[in-house]
Design a protein. Structure first.
Length: 135
């Protein structure tokens, strides 16, 4: 799912927790939400991907560099586990994408001229809006 980056199962820690919110009698006794913990710094991901992940300013990443994902959408623990894994893979895949460097560009001479002509035209229209004989 994460393209060419595979995350070893032993680097991911799952904890079953109780889901929040309404759910009737079942919600109070069944732990079906999942906390996925993934230590980015200790992982086997390539260095640049780790840096992009840690620098992503995602609130799910702790100061220690541990990514915590909570999944509680589904009723079954297994489905929540799969969803948490899918979210982790998506995050890693996004971090694996190398952003294209931005090349600063400058407006052409004709674009600058057109812009200034447009501004002059607009100014003239506004100037003519006053009461007659005021200029």
């Amino acid at each position: 799912m994460a393209g060419m980056l595979a995350i070893p199962e032993n680097e991911i820690e799952f904890t079953a927790v109780r889901a929040q919110g309404a759910g009737g009698q079942n919600v109070n006794k069944v732990s079906n939400a999942v906390h996925l913990r993934f230590d980015i710094r200790a992982s086997s991901l390539p260095g640049p991907v780790k840096l992009r992940l840690l620098g992503s300013r995602d609130q799910r990443i702790t100061r220690e560099g541990v990514l915590v994902i909570k999944a509680q959408q589904h009723r079954s623990l297994e489905r929540n586990r799969e969803e948490a894994l899918a979210r982790l893979h998506e995050l890693v895949a996004r971090a694996a994408h190398v952003p294209k460097p931005r090349r600063p560009t400058r407006p052409t001479r004709s674009a600058r001229r057109k812009r200034l002509e447009g501004k002059a035209r607009r100014g003239e229209v506004k100037r003519l809006r006053g009461r007659p004989g005021e200029d």
